[in-house]
Design a protein around this ligand. Structure first.
Ligand SMILES: Cc1ncc(COP(=O)(O)O)c(C=O)c1O
Length: 401
């Protein structure tokens, strides 16, 4: 481990009254006081110190004019992706999309589909990802992920229903898929055999995959993430989207990287960005990416935060399964999010949300955001100090069922 820095994820950082999306949206609190923000996917931890130092130094320079990504950015991305996922990228495979992963998804939909085209996604899924189909005027076609037993006892209980995918793709003339990897909210990190089986269908039916991999660096020990573009047969029929957003807690810097090997799709994507006058980049986003992906102290921070998050997830899952009758969950393979199943309680939908927020002071994500039918599920963000999580568990234990 890097000796220059120590990491203290137990240090409380006050986020209320900082215009934090997670902590400062009063209407989410339904007029209730003292509500813990445990919904949107960011962490309550300070980002790696070397990056904060780098941004401060840049600020001290005092001139924050129009900014480009230099040669260094491409080399750093190539090295990072090679080191972390064993994937060799050519410089021409790499682009960026300043506002973030979801804007890149929307632009890619605009590039690879036409208004009215059918687009596939498995459900449940991240709302802004599957929602991009509708917001771009495309027709969303879905199939549920398969669950081996209900309620799920292990993350590995979730599978892709490839038979339904293939059938629906044929019936609806689908040539585009929105894919979440690692999967939010169920937490699966897809294995190579699963990705190869998916790739085989995509090759046969000529399907292009837009793969949202924003959670790719938050993994349990021993779990390996495989980028879609590195799966044999997917090189030319996928766009892989990554960012330091979740990995290093920099969502507010609004930056993302886009990897596309297919030269005509890449050219069309660049033209799309250009037509939206998005050819330049944010000064702090650019610097942050370079520093986070190249300084070993930042990578050491990432290893440490992963350890801390795994501890939090194991603690919360064990506490919930042991002490909350009717509620069950499991430790996800990736992400810092717990998918809670309340189906063994009487609580559903609005009543469940109101109970959690107003009676217990807990602001979780409503399961219906991820799948309108999941009125008995909630998503709990465990990327907080252990003390906050312990308080959340105490509050949950006061739950009525
Ligand atoms: C699966 C997934 N994709 C994308 C995002 C948002 O990414 P961005 O802010 O870069 O658009 C999130 C945020 O929670 C997410 O969970």
């Amino acid at each position: 481990m890097d000796k220059r820095y120590t990491f203290d994820f137990d240090e409380p950082v006050r986020r209320r009254h900082t215009n934090s999306f997670k902590w400062d949206i009063p209407e989410r609190h339904m007029g209730c006081e003292d509500v813990l923000g445990m919904w949107t996917a960011d962490m309550d931890f300070r980002s790696p110190q070397p990056m904060l130092d780098m941004l401060r130094k840049r600020l001290d320079h005092g001139v924050l004019g129009y900014t480009i990504r230099g040669e260094r950015y491409y080399e750093i991305i190539q090295n990072w992706v090679q080191r972390r996922y064993g994937w060799s990228l050519e410089k021409e495979d790499i682009h960026f999309c300043p506002p973030g992963v979801i804007p890149a998804v929307c632009m890619l939909l605009d590039v690879v589909t036409k208004p009215g085209d059918a687009v596939f996604a498995f459900m449940p899924n991240y709302d802004s990802l599957y929602g991009a189909a509708g917001s771009m005027g495309r027709r969303l076609v879905t199939a549920p992920l398969l669950l081996e037993r209900s309620p799920a006892k292990s993350c590995a209980d979730w599978h892709m229903d490839l038979e339904s995918f293939e059938r629906l793709a044929k019936e609806n003339d689908i040539h585009t898929m929105l894919f979440c990897s690692p999967h939010n909210p169920v937490g699966r990190v897809w294995r190579m055999d699963e990705l190869q089986a998916l790739a085989e269908i995509c090759r046969r039916l000529d399907i292009f995959v837009i793969s949202d991999e924003v959670h790719c660096d938050i993994l349990r020990e021993g779990v390996r993430h495989i980028p879609m573009g590195s799966v044999p047969g997917m090189e030319d029929r996928s766009a892989t989207l990554m960012s330091p957003n979740k990995s290093f807690n920099v969502a507010g810097l609004m930056t993302a990287s886009v990897f596309i090997h297919n030269r005509s799709v890449m050219a069309a994507f660049r033209r799309k960005l250009s037509s939206w006058a998005m050819t330049l980049d944010t000064v702090f986003g650019t610097l942050a990416v370079e520093e986070l992906y190249s300084d070993p102290a930042c990578e050491a921070w990432l290893e440490e935060v992963n350890r801390y998050l795994s501890g939090n997830l194991a603690y919360a899952a064990e506490t919930i399964n042991r002490s909350l009758p009717g509620v069950s969950t499991y430790v996800p393979e990736g992400t810092y999010l717990l998918w809670l199943d309340f189906s063994g309680t009487q609580l559903r939908g609005d009543a469940l949300c109101r109970h959690l927020v107003c009676d217990l002071g807990l602001d979780l994500c409503d399961g219906r955001e991820f799948d309108p039918s999941k009125d008995d599920h909630m998503r709990l963000n465990c990327a907080c100090t252990r003390a906050t999580l312990e308080e959340a568990m105490r509050r949950l234990q006061r739950s009525r069922r």
